[in-house]
Design a protein around this ligand. Structure first.
Ligand code: DHE
Length: 497
């Protein structure tokens, strides 16, 4: 009863907010229809341009949105409207797109099926690469400045090709087990399958309106998408991205939830997902083409998580940002609590052998520290002070060093190199003073690595992984993640999976 009253009051407030916005700015919906709808969709779900809904705009301030409307976005198709629209109209439009639409947006089976694009069905393109390179030592570089991807030869560190991606790719692209195909996920819900042998997009589908990430099953047969909006996990056949099943993410009490992320768990033959609005982790196993869900109660909401190398344990970051917990994936029970203040970024965790023990390390979003944890007894054995909070950590089995960036704060142009055996910082690099330097990926041998200068006028820098000398600098447009085929398909211990 109380819940019903609260829901009714919430709906009334929402209706009033919308009515007030519309009353304050008569004609804004018409302005949207005239100037924005052709690229962003009449329903604001996105078309050639990105979706313009509150969830999709969460990372952009409303004032910045008004500025983008007036000035456009360089290197994209977003034009400047300063000559057509007044500052007040731009402000009103910005306010309009941050309001939820009157009708909740829908993205279910019919919409997913209608979005499916299949320019090159499986089997229709040659099975030989159209260029010469070690196909297992290729890198993909995601350039978020102008939404492109560069394919890079990892032996010579030279670009092979560069192609336009969907708007705002996020998270690591996932490879087929043989490394021929790669699947990208965009924040707007698009999944793109790309053939690295033929350098072509072969299939696309839109799994949701606001997506977190995707995972590819260890056998290469399935792709599972994790959504914030709607609250769903969506299963596709990996061959042509045909829809198999929309799984509603709703708990036993009827509460639905966003999905924090989903990963494949190779030795278990399953996917593991954690939920943002329910204290649960789900194990999803596909049997005879049908997904089966096993629910594990976690006692807390998990934002970010990681696995031990055998996928026996899930190590999750609790939403309060003050601790982590370890869940035994067989029993579903929480077996340890980790003292990790400062919001650990466990999605970026890596592991290595340290004096006969397996340790894991994670940077923190809120403190300048790297925590190093013994994975046998789950004790923090070292907290390494850094020059600011970091985002990404990387190493390679063949390298004695682990790299961590200082993503936030006044030292965001610095990157630390940690000796994995002394657990000390042995060098701090500042490759482009004043510009964020972040995210490392090694080549397949662990001999060279790439670091991003995270700027529109940016670069990827190749380093010798042993001498730490710079080898080469390739100009790029805000390069974010780099992904080496071999390291990903072998689940290399120093990289993300
Ligand atoms: Fe990410 C990976 C969540 C903000 C760049 N990020 C991931 C993954 C998750 C995640 C769950 C793992 C998915 C995978 O690889 O399958 N990211 C989040 C957030 O919750 C957060 C903090 C807020 C949000 O808005 O979503 C966030 N992420 C960012 C950024 O602001 C970054 C720096 C720029 C961007 O592109 O948005 C960013 N995230 C990345 C990158 C990866 C990533 C480059 C892949 C890292 C890898 O090496 O695998």
């Amino acid at each position: 009863m109380l819940g019903g009253l609260l829901a009714a009051a919430g709906a009334l407030t929402l209706a009033l907010t919308q009515a007030q916005a519309q009353a304050a700015e008569p004609g804004t919906a018409e302005l949207y229809a005239e100037h924005c709808a052709s690229c962003h969709g009449t329903d604001r779900l996105g078309a050639m341009g990105p979706a313009l809904l509150p969830e999709n705009l969460a990372r952009l301030k409303q004032a910045d949105a008004a500025r983008v409307i007036l000035n456009g976005r360089p290197a994209t198709q977003m034009p400047a409207f300063a000559e057509t629209l007044s500052a007040e109209s731009a402000q009103a439009l910005a306010q309009f797109i941050y309001q939820p639409p009157a009708e909740p947006p829908r993205w279910a089976e019919p919409e997913i099926l209608a979005s499916h694009l299949l320019p090159h069905p499986a089997g229709s393109l040659p099975d030989e690469p159209v260029f010469e390179a070690d196909m297992l030592n290729l890198f993909l570089v995601v350039e978020i400045g102008d939404h492109h991807v560069t394919v890079l030869d990892g032996d010579t560190m030279t670009p092979v090709t560069r192609f336009a991606s969907r708007y705002a790719l996020h998270g690591g692209p996932k490879y087929s087990p043989d490394g021929r195909y790669v699947y990208f996920g965009s924040r707007d819900g698009w999944i793109t399958k790309y053939d690295l042998y033929n350098l072509r997009v072969v299939a696309e589908v839109r799994a949701g309106i606001n997506m977190r990430n995707i995972a590819v099953s260890a056998d290469g047969n399935y792709v599972l998408a994790a959504n914030y909006l709607p609250h769903s996990l969506v299963l596709f056949d990996a061959t042509n991205l045909g829809l198999m099943k929309v799984i509603d993410v709703t708990g036993e009490n009827g509460t639905s939830s966003r999905v924090s992320a989903v990963y494949t768990a190779p030795p278990r033959g399953s996917f593991i997902a954690a939920l943002k609005d329910l204290p649960e982790a789900w194990e999803i196993t596909v049997r005879q083409g049908r997904p089966e869900v096993r629910v594990m109660a976690t006692g807390t909401y998990l934002d970010d998580f990681f696995f031990d190398p055998g996928y026996q344990h899930l190590i999750g970051a609790a939403r309060d940002g003050k601790h982590g917990l370890v869940i035994d994936l067989d029993s579903g029970k929480t077996i340890a609590d980790l003292p990790l203040p400062g919001m650990p970024h466990l999605g970026s965790g890596i592991t290595w052998d340290y004096r006969g023990r397996r340790v894991m390390a994670t940077p923190h979003f809120r403190t300048g520290a790297v925590s190093i944890i013994d994975m046998d007894n789950w004790e923090v054995i070292k907290t390494l002070q850094t020059e600011g909070p970091g985002f990404f950590m990387r190493s390679h089995e063949n390298s004695r060093y682990a790299w961590v960036d200082v993503f936030f704060g006044p030292n965001s142009d610095k990157v630390h190199v940690i000796d994995k055996q002394t657990l000390e910082i042995v060098k701090t690099l500042q490759p482009a003073p004043g510009k964020v330097s972040a995210h490392v990926e090694f080549d397949r041998y662990g001999e060279k690595l790439l670091l991003s200068v995270w700027d529109d006028d940016g670069a990827v820098i190749a380093y010798d992984a042993n001498t730490l000398e710079e080898l080469k600098r390739l100009p790029m447009n805000k390069p974010s993640g780099k992904y080496n085929v071999w390291n990903k398909i072998r689940y290399e211990e120093g990289t993300s999976h």
